[in-house]
Design a protein around this ligand. Structure first.
Ligand code: BGC
Length: 662
């Protein structure tokens, strides 16, 4: 039984299983996760990197960058003596106001999540730190998280919500954390269908299942739960309770845990057993190299939503003074302050979301600091008004050639957002500034979707999904063209609150929309569509052709940088959405490929190839409980889910040419 944690004793991890010296079994030293190594006590503040959120990493659409980040993350955990990371969080978003959306690497798309989670698992585990995918399953809002029961039809489950889990299994993820909620009336941690059926059966998952903290509600070993974590109401996994379970079932669970220990070299590589881990826990593991990766990640995660008349990048040729306004320009770090370092535990800030995924940074580069440094380097003067007082902001804006408004919100675990609006009346601040400024640029920092009623009135908009401690430097690099933007929306930004699935107060949550979430829902209007992201260049997508890659058809296309007076060298991220024949009962073409090009300069081209698997060409048929491969799809290639440049028919099998008889 695991030990922990209403009041976490020093120097224990957030989750611990004791070493068994008689058998040479090491302790499991487990720590959260989402924004980096969770600095539980104040003494640990500043000894870890506060990374961009996993939703920010999703916005990079960049396999290599996610891998680099994950390797560094694993190094920090290893340096801290942890041998398990309680991540990645990979649920495909359903509810836009879910307080934990910033934690999820999948954004709103199963393909995106499946691609990136492999990089995360491989990267972290290259350091022999075991990964735990979570929160399984159908855990999509925090309101009543211990008591609601979600239900999705089998097709929706398989096609929309399971793929990141299956991809993580393929990549060798070590464990899964079952969630607080119920699914079809059964607690997720006691659902044989979910644990024995979906994961260990269909998914051939060889790792172990652990409960979320307090999510065990019975001695559900035979239902597939291998490890009970703390905070459950009573001892469901106490020796007395376990004595009623068949020894073979207990052995099977133990084997799964010990197998992970072997695979992650824990027998030889576990650095310490709590409470003797103080030295490791106190070690500063945040190196300059890691901070550079955090900066690169934040910069690559910036999504440029709008840029009328090439307002960005800012150049000293036409701008001599900029105004930076809004309280979020100097957003403070939230650092839990109680004796346990656990006070206000689910409060977030504008750099890292709240709850178990929060990393209270030792320092952050605020937007104002980062923008000021970059402006000065470009020979530009900065004036500021760092509150949301609209008239003060307007007065400053009137003195500048261009005004940058910082607007933000945050969220945290155990609580959903009350709306998709930005904090402190930022909407009215922006509207007032527009009336006073020559040009207005809005920079948004959020844990997920937000509404933007002012979007048609401003000149440029860029967003970051809680970018970690290097946030200000990332803004500086993007605004002044040190780096061209390359982020893409991993979610749809809704035109209004009603263009997203709402939080429900009912404890019975039926996913009646099926596959129709995000860009797949024709009833929703996007302010900015899934996959969207501009840069300081435009690209021409050549006519795609069908080729053969290995044993399967693939799509090839050239991407050419258009050149143009104000353009910079930049990357493109062409995406492919596959449309299935009617039998597949799809609601829209779905993402099945993207390629991040290298940095292309004026006139340069790159040939990109979209490769597919047989599963990419298949739909799930609930009636026969089987994946069915279709014979032909239509490939829509474009710059976002709503900006399709070319569509071509794509056979899903390579036609074998008849070889003439000799
Ligand atoms: C969260 C998990 C986390 C655990 C340990 C729970 O409240 O849901 O994501 O890993 O706490 O901190």
């Amino acid at each position: 039984m695991a030990r922990c944690c209403d009041n976490l004793d020093k120097w224990w991890y957030v989750g611990n299983t004791p070493a068994i010296s008689r058998l040479g079994i090491p302790s499991l030293n487990m720590q959260d996760a989402a924004g980096g190594f969770r600095p539980y006590w104040n003494e640990l503040t500043g000894t870890v990197t506060c990374w961009p959120s996993l939703l920010s990493m999703a916005a990079t659409f960049d396999d290599d960058l996610v891998h680099t980040f994950a390797v560094a993350l694993g190094e920090e955990f290893r340096g801290k003596g942890a041998n398990v990371i309680l991540g990645p969080s990979i649920n495909v978003h359903r509810v836009a106001r879910n307080g934990r959306n910033f934690e999820y690497l999948s954004g709103e798309d199963p393909y995106l999540g499946a691609r990136l989670v492999k990089q995360y698992v491989n990267g972290v585990q290259s350091n022999k730190v075991a990964t735990v995918m979570k929160h399984y399953a159908l855990n999509h809002q925090e309101t009543q998280r211990n008591s609601y029961s979600s239900s999705a039809d089998l097709k929706t489950m398989k096609e929309l919500y399971m793929p990141p889990y299956m991809a993580a299994i393929e990549a060798g993820v070590s464990a899964v954390m079952c969630s607080y909620n119920l699914v079809d009336g059964a607690h997720a941690c006691a659902s044989s269908e979910l644990l024995n059926g979906e994961l260990k059966g269909d998914g051939h998952f060889q790792g172990f299942v652990q409960s979320d903290w307090g999510a065990t509600h019975s001695t559900s070993v035979t239902s597939g739960l291998d490890m009970d974590m703390p905070m459950a109401p009573d001892g469901y996994f106490d020796p007395s309770a376990l004595s009623a379970v068949a020894p073979s079932a207990i052995n099977a669970s133990a084997k799964r845990i010990v197998a992970v220990m072997y695979r992650m070299d824990m027998f030889t590589n576990t650095k310490c057993a709590p409470p003797n881990c103080e030295t490791y826990l106190r070690t500063n593991v945040s190196t300059a190299a890691h901070q550079q990766i955090a900066r690169d990640g934040a910069t690559a995660s910036v999504v440029l939503l709008k840029n009328d008349n090439a307002t960005l990048p800012i150049s000293h040729e036409y701008v001599s003074t900029i105004a930076v306004v809004g309280a979020a320009a100097v957003g403070a770090i939230f650092n839990p302050t109680s004796g346990q370092g656990h006070g206000g535990w689910n409060t977030g800030d504008y750099y890292s979301g709240g709850g178990s995924g929060h990393v209270a940074a030792g320092y952050v580069v605020t937007p104002l600091a980062g923008i000021t440094a970059a402006a000065h380097a470009a020979g530009i003067t900065v004036v500021s008004s760092t509150s949301n007082d609209a008239s003060a902001a307007a007065a400053v804006a009137a003195t500048a050639d261009l005004t940058i408004v910082l607007a933000a919100t945050t969220s945290g675990e155990a609580m959903d957002r009350s709306s998709l609006a930005l904090d402190d009346n930022a909407d009215s601040l922006i509207s007032t500034v527009v009336g006073a400024a020559k040009k207005t640029i809005v920079l948004v920092q959020t844990p997920g979707a937000f509404t933007s009623p002012w979007r048609n009135d401003v000149d440029a908009i860029a967003t970051m999904f809680l970018g970690g401690q290097m946030t200000g430097l990332a803004w500086g690099d993007i605004l002044f063209g040190v780096v061209a933007p390359s982020g893409r929306l991993p979610i749809m930004l809704p035109a209004s609150e009603s263009d997203a699935i709402a939080v429900t107060s009912s404890t019975t949550i039926r996913y009646t929309e099926g596959l129709a979430t995000s860009y797949r829902a024709s009833s929703f209007t996007a302010a900015y569509p899934f996959g969207h992201g501009l840069t300081y260049a435009t690209f021409t997508y050549g006519t795609p052709t069908v080729a053969t890659c290995g044993a399967l058809p693939c799509v090839q296309m050239s991407v050419t940088h258009d050149g143009g007076a104000a353009s910079m060298c930049a990357t493109a991220t062409p995406q492919v959405y596959l449309e299935f024949p009617q039998a597949a009962a799809q609601v829209a073409p779905v993402l099945k490929g993207f390629v991040k090009t290298r940095r292309l300069c004026a006139g340069q081209s790159q040939q990109v190839t979209f490769e597919f698997t047989q599963r990419d060409f298949s739909y799930y048929d609930a009636a026969t409980r089987a994946w069915v491969q279709v014979a032909k799809v239509t490939a829509h290639v474009g710059a976002s889910s709503a900006d399709i440049k070319h569509s071509i028919p794509l056979p899903t099998a390579v036609e074998i040419e008849a070889v003439p008889f000799q």
